[in-house]
Design a protein. Sequence first.
Lengths: 173, 542
Amino acid sequence: MSVNLTLLTVMGALYACGIYLLLERSLTRVLLGLMLLANATNLLILATGGYAGLAPLFDKDTAAGDYNDPLPQALILTSIVISFAVTAFMLGIIYRTWVLARQDEIQDDAEDRRVAETPSFDAEDDSVIPVETSEFPLATVMSGDRAVRADKAASEEQPGSLNVDPSPEGGGE
Amino acid sequence: MNITSLAPLAVVLPILGAALTFLLIHHPRVQRAVSIAVLTLTLLLECWLLASVWDGGTAAVNIGGWLPPWGVVLVVDQFSSLMLVVSSAVSLAVLIYATGQGMADGDRDAPVSIFHPTYLILVAGVSNAFLTGDLFNLYVGFEILLTASYVLITLGGTGPRIRAGVTYVVVSVVSSVLFLIAIAMIYGATGTINMADLAIKLGDLDQGTRTLLHVMLLVAFGIKAAVFPLSFWLPDSYPTAPAPVTAVFAGLLTKVGVYAMVRTETLLFPGDALNAPLMVAALLTMVVGILGALAQSDIKRLLSFTLVSHIGYMVFGLAMSTVAGLGAAVFYVAHHITVQTSLFLVTGLIERRGGSSSMDRVAGLAKLSPVLGVLFFIPAMNLAGIPPFSGFLGKLGLLQAGVELGTPLAYALVIGGVLTSLLTLLAIARVWNRAFWRKPGDAEHPDPVLLAAPADSATGDRAGKTNVTLLPRTMVGSTLGLVVFGVALTVFAGPLFRVADQSAQEMLDRTSYIQAVLGPDAPVPPVPPSLHPAQVREGGGK
């Protein structure tokens, strides 16, 4: 397969510019980058068809090798339509960003930044619990006295209550 | 007439349905009925397709009368029809959930009325990607589903959704461009884009060209499937979308990427040329993903990270290229689509009932809404791989296949898999402890109305246990349906595993696929010799 050098050079330039623009923070430039990438890829597909030949319309006198390969052009047509749709959608998004934020820059993810800044100490998981906070304290279960249990359970509802036997389960054995 | 010749209807029906629902945009009731009817019909057709290939066999349909390798073919085999049935069942459940949500909230607003046509186009794209036997048609299928997903992820056009949508669109377009470049290069190198024809012709290329094309396809699909380090975009873009949209994306879109990877690895590039890098990627995906999940305080983001993490299991199964490994991966894909989607649907319900999906704001749901607790608990345990659920069976299959393979890397993956499973349990337990077991008062910023105990509530039955406004019956019902479907995957795991193993056998063998497309006389090239003798244990040939 032979390749057209001009086509190849243009394709390389389009890829380079496209990737450069894609890395910008401005959305319009990102969109331009995506369009350049899509067109560079179309040129690449065109290049896979080899040298230009005759139009692929059947003619008895033409040898099979003289026709142009029609398949890459069919592929390009499809890919042009797809990139057209995506470009239109991206323009809509850019306009919406402009309406909402008055700037066309890519925004940071607020939740992501918040999680990144959260300290590794987690109050709920890591802090030392001063008293037993279970709804079913060990002492009342073992005592078996209904009145005492109700009394203790009531006092249990207050945070910081000291009315609890702090001994751990099975600690003495 | 053979049923498999109706396979194109799996794509055509949703597209026609999309056109019809678009015309009915001002009649929400009819629109809902039409889209549910269309998806039900598609699901029944796909069940029929699956039944026809249940005992093996592959069928190809030539579209437009062009014979392969020139025309586009659709190929129905066990793997593709299994994926079709699971994906359609899941999308039907999500559609019913979404209509329930729309009816509860009033969907006369313009953005919601385009939900139905867009959703059906998404389903058509997914079906096309599963069925196609042509590389460029696979690209078109991806573009159909991606373009629909762009609209769905920015539905309503609020600030956070637009921000998330930008990341999603740009990353998806870049991966599509990479895929297209790979297709162009493959066409340049072989002169064909028919996958069965490629399976024959790619073997004649020299090793360097083959590896380049292989890597390009894997990178393109790796972005879509969210394999580490190409997974960065997923947790940033999924959580902001509406609950049903996130659910269907999490269930289906990454799995289409995994499906494409499986087809590429087995059909186009058999052998174990890139198995070691794939295994490393799988290990990193599992471990990094789940560590990310542990840091999150928002349930949707946490689930997005577990989604990334569990993609690692499927890549692990694929990278083993043994019948046992690939079969377990196929089973795991079916299990994970169902479970991950139901978890996101439940999170949508949690958001309605508790006012937020952040663990700083939600608490005490186990007492306020026991139904929600059950709905969350079952798929959560399933995801973490607690016996006897299908998650456990899938992971067990993968770990057994890894031990059978016996290479040091496979053992590292087995250890990583067990670790990831335990860490998933930890992440899920954190959600359970905070959102369900903790008292509402212990949350940092609880919602004073929604989380009030029924007796104390000034709003009466607003916070009651059977609140139909907060938890509409349609939404709870469809979530329940999906949870039951997940449990059914456990109950029928035996036959399902048998089909998964058979499909793995057929995919590694390649004969039935190539001969179904190109005719019974087509030559089937031998699978390249393996580096590890253990790997060709069963998959070499019949």
